[in-house]
Design a protein around this ligand. Structure first.
Ligand SMILES: Cc1cc2nc3c(=O)[nH]c(=O)nc-3n(C[C@H](O)[C@H](O)[C@H](O)COP(=O)(O)O)c2cc1C
Length: 174
């Protein structure tokens, strides 16, 4: 039984304010491992992850990305990248789903380890994809799906939001 996991899932929130403290290397490793534990179509794993802890690089990303300003106080960022050409059939069509599942795992792992994190979009905005590619020297055939700032939450008492909606569920038939 893994009921603790349900508590992690139910209480995760996007965190956009950090203290500026660093993120431990072991904890980043655990988040990356969580990302790679995600399911993927035919287990092709069409992903690669860039872990950034360098302050100067975090600041460059912060400057270039209009919706990722929380990077200024983040201790690290994980960039989840897709590799559509890894496989002719599956990666090409499913890389977004595969990389999204990996990203979800990273967000949950960050929360489980006491950090806050938030998905900030790179793909499918051409300008943002270009900026992230340029700053991180990502080759043209690799697509940065997102930039996930990670840090110690400034507000440690933020309450979970219950997003359960009975009307979203249809039992047996629509
Ligand atoms: C595909 C996607 C793109 C997102 N892009 C951004 C973004 O650029 N900046 C940001 O602050 N949050 C972004 N978010 C986070 C959402 O705003 C957030 O998940 C949503 O408001 C629900 O809040 P919660 O994560 O606390 O449940 C994104 C989330 C997803 C799934």
């Amino acid at each position: 039984m893994h009921r603790d996991l349900l508590n992690v899932i139910y209480t995760r929130r996007s965190v956009r304010e950090f203290t500026g403290e660093k993120v431990k290397r072991d904890d980043l490793d655990a988040m990356l491992r969580a990302g790679m534990s995600a399911p993927s179509a035919v287990n092709v794993q069409p992903w690669a992850f860039i872990a950034v802890t360098d302050r100067d690089t975090l600041d460059k990303l912060c400057e270039a990305l209009p919706y990722a300003k929380m990077l200024d106080k983040a201790g690290a960022a994980i960039i989840v990248c897709g590799i559509p050409e890894k496989d002719e059939t599956y990666a090409k069509h499913y890389w977004i789903m595969d990389c999204s599942l990996a990203s979800g795992n990273i967000l949950l792992a960050a929360h489980a380890l006491g950090y806050g994190a938030v998905w900030t979009a790179a793909y499918a905005d051409n300008e943002r994809v270009k900026s992230v590619r340029r700053i991180l020297s990502i080759p043209q055939n690799i697509i940065p799906l997102n930039v996930i700032p990670v840090g110690v939450p400034a507000d440690r008492d933020a309450k979970p939001v219950d997003k359960f909606r009975q009307e979203n569920i249809h039992w047996e038939k629509w």
